[in-house]
Design a protein around this ligand. Structure first.
Ligand code: BGC
Length: 884
């Protein structure tokens, strides 16, 4: 942490970190960082200034020590308006900064009222005519399902749109906004206007459709231009399903909506919008595109249809598509991009002589190939996460073909990557051309979240586990938080993100991302009359009727409070409060006396003792789990009400929480403190959710430790217990047991997959069995983040960075040796970067070893440092060195 005599405002931001350049609210929150600053610097107040167009400056005093997510203090921004703001800070030591640089806060369209682009389609696109689609019943044979999916192939092409534009004088600015029913590749003179992929992303399309705005000023010189777009079916037209029953959820043609605003130097403003004067065609080199099935491209059909000089083949005027513009919202989350390119790490030969590329890392994205061969040659790209008997292990993909096909134009070296799909894979097989005529790289594709948290321990297995958790986050944050990125599922399962949100929040700034997704969650929940959906966006499936399910539906209460704890996101709490409350109200109806013992529950899903095909048959009573979650969600809702200054609601939900706690004790806790389910998860819940009377906590912790030790430190938890079992042990004086649990690599354990060469976190403790075969359960993914939720404990207990106040304004630094003799952790908070770097002075003492530590604390925050053998002390910003 650099020091200086005077505080310096290093960064001022409007809106959430990682969000797009054009703000999405007329009153974006402001956040600033002070660095460098004198040691121990704390803000006493600040002055926020706004410069108006006529050069006048309006100043607003900010009489608070807070500098993260500060409510916009000026008049609201209008659409297309730019405000220039800056901040100067004053410390409680009297120090003053100079004003920051002016920040241009730019707005594009802010909502439906600023949108005049129509939704347009091709008259030849027949995909909208079906109101229901061919669908076979549950339990259909593989052939029936495949035939059923193939029957719709003709509907899964691309629509292209174009319109000529003439710029008739110098311009000062041009903003292009666009969205689609489908996935859109927006172009100007046939050049992509952005590096975003998969826009506008997946949302609850009936309620929310996001648009993006980009600045195209540079691309619009005086003269003729062509606005163009390719729209693929994407999630809008995907066939979703389980158990052989696949259906489309949304119906209608692939459609585009766009508006281009050109501001001329002479003051004129021209707005060009999508309408029936555009040309549209369904003829394209991409003949088929699907998220699950993959993409097909016939390069012989490539044309210059979107170039200024070209024209679209088979084109006709666009037709109006059925669409409700009221759903339009500006995208507030970062775009999906290629974030990394990886070379092949090994070329393998499969059992039938096939060439298999190994990228050395299970990842999410696509191949980019360079290939040559005669015109008409079909190159086939298949993907898999694992090998089975030396061949691609595609069974776990279920009905996702995950196959891309390129038909060569025969023009020499051809480079190609599928544009509108993604796959989860480590291995790829390329057929159709001799191996020496093709080369490939893997492009890693996901929502481009700002990376914030790091941990290295120097213990290879632990570092690999942690890397696997990071890769699991990358691969499953693809416009929505998904369960898995590879098979015919990839849904926004709510239980999975509910348990993983704290871990993800340390590793990446997921605030904008999860806050956007919560909008979809709430929209789906409203349609289910308050029941929290099991996945959001919801798909058309009757397998899971709107059933309230603990731990899944509870995402309603948990996720907004995680965003409060980690990012001080009050806006999301405000926006989600109705969702939180209405979910708890639903449970109150299920459990009038506090005991929630109704209905089907997924509960401690994937408990290692559950049979592979019955993952919900856990050793922990599902209603014990449900009642525990009721108490927790009601308590979180009460806390949200307190933060939002709603005392009556706070009281009501606190009382419901208390009622559930009492029911929990009455029903599941015996006089001697034993729980009716004598399982790791039951004790972990009781301790971590604070459900026990004070006198019973220690004996519960002791019993938990005993169970873990009796089980040779192997895992006995599923989705519910896994994120909290280490905390429950640590909180009750059993850190050594928690450490040994993380150290064991005997099945089931966190490190078993690492011993099997895993490069991501698996769905099951044993997705690969000890004999190397793939778990026979049909639900076996190799990239699920839920069981990686232990990393949040690692960040706090090994790394020593735990939030004590919202957005880590106050941090607990309590690292302990035992698992490792040293560690380095850092977290880039909204205030600046925390760093903890420690080394055990006497490693043989394990967790009791004194530590040498260097701790860096950013300005305007503090850290409670609690090292072995010394009383905790609180330090302010600066670099602090501790020696035992
Ligand atoms: C998903 C899980 C999910 C579960 C609940 C699975 O198919 O992959 O992660 O939470 O279903 O039923």
């Amino acid at each position: 942490m650099p020091q200086s005599d005077r505080p310096v405002v290093a960064e001022l931001r409007a809106g959430r970190r990682g969000a797009p350049r054009f703000v999405t609210s007329s009153r974006p929150d402001l956040t600033w960082r002070v660095s460098p600053a004198p040691d121990g610097w704390r803000q006493a107040s600040a002055v926020l200034e706004r410069r108006t167009a006529d050069g006048r400056i309006r100043a607003v005093a900010h009489r608070s020590d807070e500098s993260a997510a500060i409510a916009w203090p000026f008049a609201p921004l209008g659409a297309y308006e730019t405000a220039h703001v800056r901040v100067a800070v004053q410390g409680d030591d009297g120090s003053r900064s100079a004003p920051s640089a002016w920040l241009a806060v730019e707005a594009g369209p802010l909502g439906p009222e600023d949108w005049s682009g129509a939704f347009i389609a091709s008259r030849d696109d027949r995909s909208g005519e079906k109101t229901t689609d061919p669908s076979v019943a549950h339990g259909a044979t593989a052939e029936e399902v495949r035939a059923d999916l193939a029957a719709d192939d003709a509907d899964r092409g691309i629509t292209r749109f174009r319109r000529n534009v003439t710029v008739d004088g110098p311009i000062t600015r041009a903003l292009l906004s666009y969205t689609a029913h489908g996935i859109v590749d927006m172009r100007l003179d046939d050049v992509p206007v952005s590096d975003d992929l998969l826009a506008p992303g997946w949302t609850a399309y009936d309620d929310r459709l996001l648009f993006r705005t980009v600045d195209v000023t540079e691309a619009l010189a005086v003269g003729p231009h062509t606005l163009g777009a390719r729209v693929a079916p994407g999630w809008f037209a995907e066939h979703y399903g389980f158990d052989g029953d696949f259906r489309r959820t949304w119906h209608g043609q692939r459609a585009l909506s766009a508006q281009l605003r050109i501001e001329y130097a002479d003051g004129r403003i021209e707005t060009i919008v999508s309408d029936e004067t555009w040309q549209a065609t369904i003829t394209d080199a991409i003949t088929f595109s699907s998220i699950y099935q993959g993409e097909r491209c016939d390069a012989r059909r490539t044309d210059d249809g979107l170039a200024v000089t070209g024209s679209l083949p088979d084109a006709a005027p666009a037709v109006a598509a059925d669409a409700d513009p009221a759903r339009l919202r500006p995208a507030d989350l970062p775009p999906v991009r290629v974030t990394e390119t990886r070379p092949v790490s090994a070329v393998l030969t499969g059992p039938d002589g096939e060439t298999i590329l190994d990228f050395g890392q299970n990842l999410v994205g696509r191949l980019r190939i360079t290939v040559s061969g005669p015109a008409g040659t079909e190159v086939v790209l298949r993907h898999a996460e694992v090998l089975e008997n030396g061949a691609l292990g595609t069974r776990p993909l279920r009905y996702a073909a995950a196959t891309d096909r390129l038909t060569l134009a025969g023009t020499g070296e051809e480079e190609w990557a599928p544009r509108f799909t993604f796959h989860g894979f480590r291995y790829a097989q390329i057929d159709g051309v001799p191996a020496d005529r093709v080369s490939a790289v893997a492009e890693v594709v996901h929502t481009d979240l700002p990376r914030t948290g790091f941990l290295t321990t120097g213990v290879a297995a632990l570092d690999r586990l942690h890397e696997n958790v990071v890769w699991g986050t990358r691969g499953n944050f693809v416009t929505v938080p998904t369960d898995c990125p590879q098979r015919d599922e990839r849904l926004g399962w709510t239980g999975d993100i509910q348990v993983f949100a704290p871990t993800a929040s340390f590793l990446f700034d997921v605030d904008a991302f999860l806050s956007s997704w919560l909008g979809d969650f709430a929209a789906d929940q409203a349609r289910l009359e308050g029941v929290g959906p099991l996945y959001s966006p919801m798909i058309d499936q009757d397998l899971f009727a709107p059933t309230p399910m603990a731990a899944w539906s509870d995402a309603a209460a948990v996720v907004p409070m995680v965003l409060w704890e980690r990012f001080r996101d009050r806006r999301t709490l405000e926006a989600q409060f109705a969702s939180m409350a209405s979910w708890v109200d639903v449970v109150e109806r299920e459990a009038p006396d506090g005991l929630w013992n109704t209905g089907m529950q997924l509960a401690d899903w994937l408990d290692p003792t559950a049979p592979p095909e019955r993952p919900f048959e856990a050793q922990t009573d599902p209603y014990l789990v449900a009642t525990a979650y009721y108490a927790r969600s009601a308590a979180l809702t009460a806390e949200a009400a307190r933060i939002l200054d709603e005392p009556e609601a706070a009281q009501r939900y606190a009382a419901l929480s208390e009622r559930a706690r009492e029911a929990f004790r009455r029903t599941y806790v015996s006089d001697d403190g034993r729980l009716s389910s004598d399982s790791q998860t039951a004790y972990a819940l009781a301790i971590a959710f604070d459900l026990l009377p004070a006198h019973a906590v220690q004996s519960a912790g002791d019993r938990l430790a005993e169970i873990v030790e009796e089980g040779r430190h192997r895992i006995g938890t599923g989705f519910v217990g896994t994120p909290i079992v280490s905390d429950a042990l640590t909180a009750t004086g059993h850190r050594a047991t928690a450490q040994r649990m993380l150290q064991t690599d005997e099945l089931p354990s966190w490190l078993y997959p690492v011993t099997q060469g895993a490069t991501t976190v698996w769905e099951r403790w044993d997705s690969v069995l000890p004999d190397g075969s793939i778990n026979p359960g049909e639900m076996t993914s190799f990239n699920h983040y839920a069981l990686g939720a232990v990393a949040d404990w690692m960040h706090r207990d090994i790394g020593g960075i735990a939030p004590l106040a919202p957005a880590y304004r106050r941090v607990l630094v309590r690292p302990r040796a035992g698992l490792t003799d040293s560690a380095r952790a850092s977290y880039d908070s909204l205030y600046g970067e925390f760093r903890v770097d420690w080394r055990a002075a006497r490693p043989e003492l394990g967790q009791d070893s004194p530590l040498e530590a260097t701790i860096v604390v950013p300005a305007n925050t503090s850290a409670v440092v609690d090292l072995p053998g010394a009383a905790p002390i609180e330090v302010g910003s600066g670099t602090h060195v501790f020696t035992p």
